[in-house]
Design a protein around this ligand. Structure first.
Ligand SMILES: Nc1ncnc2c1ncn2[C@@H]1O[C@H](COP(=O)(O)OP(=O)(O)OP(=O)(O)O)[C@@H](O)[C@H]1O
Ligand SMILES: [Mg+2]
Length: 601
């Protein structure tokens, strides 16, 4: 995860065509999210329109009550007043109920949209090829799944509902005022001018400062995550003090941009209140003179004032909405980018079934380079008959792991083909490929869960007997039994923590139970001590029986169980023969082997 990743992303300038493409893909995503909930969105629109329409009835009824019903009551006829009061109550209660329904309903729709997006993003990111994950840093993947989704959620949760309700409220209030008293309406129109400028200023300032807060908080998170994931290196090099100073600096930046945002509200809110009050004062003054001249009813004046006051209520939310909208929009653009990434090792359109898995591997004129373009394998040819055990050796960076990754189809070759039993790997279903070819690496990752769960990963429907049998086969049974809860020990709990070597044994058992045709071991025994390695070698022989295997190891002890040794250098095979022949020769391997033997005594 790198700091540049976060900053770089903020800076990218897009060409017009690219910007258009980005807009289109985020619209596509938006429509695909809305499509399943379309009917319910219409439903919530109906609810919100009717609730806001009912709300503007209130002040109108007050005018009716004061100007018409009240004079009647003074004359002794109370009925019109009763009726108007009941109508007023009825309108208020139904508006409140409708708003309650609307909020609950819209909330549910939003939750479904979020759920859908979260799930899609997870599934898609997980399915992308290794190549994507090597270039798209984990920090960015995390940002998509957390802060980006959050800003969309924020928009949906508060912004969206409030914006629709707010706009409708202003619209209906304006219309009602126009119908009730045109002069007051024009005063309100005049007030829109300063309101407009104030709001534009506020929006621009908050946009700039919100962006700064997001950048500052992203830096904070990245720094935090980097420190904690590298905590061992931090401790080993006593970097704590320096980190602390750096972190305090970042926190201070974050605090000061947040303080700026708060100051902006400190100007906008009072400004809004002032404009509202001045508008009311004007309406009161001009309306008042008309009341004196008997051109206007007192009731109408009172309700005009109500309308004018209410008109400004949603303003702050609306101004904020625009910001929420902007950040949600950029989040949507980034998420749609990830969702439109295609796996670089795609599933075949017309897969070929493996008639019988034998395990014959072949490289035909394969050339390969990683995404940076540097060629690692130039025109590589290799044929491995079914059932052969190969020891692959060579200097660091020779391309051994790359070879294994091509066989496991983490990548596709640029030219030529890699085939299993004469079927191009690109024509195999991913599920078939994963069943046939298993790669065990040095990392031997364990997921949270019990030891048994971790072994059963290789065969999800495995019985407890099969799990134990596979652990026995690779020599892992004894230490597992000695764990606090045996096979049910949680590998991530205190006491369940296993050593690097024990992790490798568990991952051997995992591959044994998977029963693949081809097994790739990349430095898979490197964390074992010599006695354990000897033990594993016995286990290995069981593990390798009847399979094609490629063992990459720096320790040459594995060579004793290999049928054939391949020595690689700079992406090419420089020696390839039976171990005994190579050892007796004068080549690179003979030297390596001699050096290794000498190191043992
Ligand atoms: N993901 C990657 N992106 C770009 N280049 C890579 C990547 N992985 C490996 N390389 C480069 O490919 C070359 C071969 O690497 P590879 O990991 O295959 O070597 P190796 O023989 O397994 O070495 P080692 O014995 O140290 O494990 C190296 O020069 C390395 O820098
Ligand atoms: Mg390697």
């Amino acid at each position: 995860m790198s700091m540049q990743g976060v900053q770089g992303e903020e800076k990218v300038e897009l060409t017009k065509a690219e910007a258009k493409r980005v807009r289109e893909r985020s619209l596509r995503l938006l429509f695909s999210l809305i499509a399943p909930v379309k009917n319910r969105l219409w439903g919530s629109l109906v609810l919100v329109v009717s609730s806001q329409a009912l709300r503007v009835v209130g002040p109108y009824l007050i005018a009716v009550a004061i100007d018409q019903a009240l004079p009647q009551a003074i004359k002794g006829n109370w009925t019109p007043l009763y009726v108007t009061v009941i109508e007023y109550l009825g309108a208020a209660i139904s508006a409140a109920l409708l708003i309650a329904f609307f909020l609950r309903y819209a909330q549910k729709v939003n939750q479904d949209i979020m759920f859908d997006m979260r799930r899609r993003l997870f599934r898609h990111t997980q399915n992308l090829s290794i190549e994507f994950h090597e270039t798209y840093t984990s920090g960015r993947v995390i940002a998509r799944q957390t802060s980006d989704l959050d800003s969309i959620k924020e928009l949906l949760d508060s912004g969206g509902n409030e914006m629709v309700a707010g706009i409708l409220n202003m619209l209906f209030t304006g219309i009602a005022l126009l119908l009730l008293d045109a002069q007051s309406f024009f005063i309100l129109l005049v007030a829109l001018v300063p309101l407009y400028f104030l709001t534009i200023w506020f929006q621009r300032q908050t946009r700039i400062n919100y962006r700064k807060t997001r950048v500052a908080s992203a830096k904070l998170i990245v720094y935090f995550v980097e420190t904690m994931t590298g905590i061992r290196a931090v401790k080993a090099f006593r970097k704590e003090k320096r980190n602390e100073a750096k972190y305090s600096e970042l926190v201070e930046d974050y605090r000061s941009v947040n303080a700026k945002v708060i100051q902006l509200f400190g100007i906008y809110d009072p400004g809004l209140i002032m404009i509202g009050n001045i508008t009311v004062a004007f309406i009161l003054f001009f309306g008042g003179s008309r009341v004196v001249d008997h051109h206007l009813g007192i009731g109408v004046l009172v309700s005009a004032i109500f309308y004018a006051r209410r008109f400004f209520d949603p303003m702050e939310n609306l101004a904020m909405f625009y910001n929420a909208y902007q950040s949600a929009n950029s989040a949507l653009e980034k998420i749609s980018g990830v969702l439109e990434e295609q796996p670089s090792v795609p599933e075949p359109a017309n897969p070929i079934d493996l008639a019988e898995r034998k395990g014959h591997l072949s490289f035909k004129d394969v050339s390969f380079a990683y995404s940076n373009g540097k060629q690692i394998l130039p025109k590589f040819n290799l044929d491995i008959p079914a059932g052969q055990t190969i020891a692959l050796v060579g200097t660091t960076g020779a391309g051994k792991s790359t070879l294994a990754k091509l066989i496991a189809r983490f990548y596709d070759p640029i030219e030529g083909r890699v085939a299993l039993d004469d079927v191009d790997l690109r024509d195999l279903r991913d599920s078939d490929l994963r069943k046939a070819i298993v790669m065990v690496t040095q990392e031997a990752y364990l997921f949270s869960g019990s030891v048994a769960d971790n072994i059963a990963l290789g065969k999800p429907d495995a019985t407890r007997e099969e799990i134990i049998a596979s652990a026995k086969a690779v020599g892992a049974h004894e230490f597992i039994e000695a764990l606090p809860d045996g096979y049910d020990t949680d590998v991530n709990k205190r006491g369940g923590r296993v050593s690097a070597g024990q992790r490798q044994l568990i991952s051997f058992a995992r591959s044994f139970i998977a029963d693949p045709t081809v097994l790739l071991l990349d430095e898979a025994t490197s964390s074992l001590d010599i006695p354990s390695e000897r033990m594993v070698q016995r286990g290995l022989q069981t593990l390798l029986k009847g399979r094609t295997a490629i063992i990459i190891a720096h320790r040459l002890s594995t060579v004793s169980i290999a049928d054939r040794v391949i020595v690689m250098e700079h992406g090419e095979i420089i020696e390839d023969d039976a171990p005994a022949t190579l050892i007796q020769g004068t080549g690179k391997f003979a030297k390596m082997h001699k050096a290794w033997r000498d190191s043992l005594v």
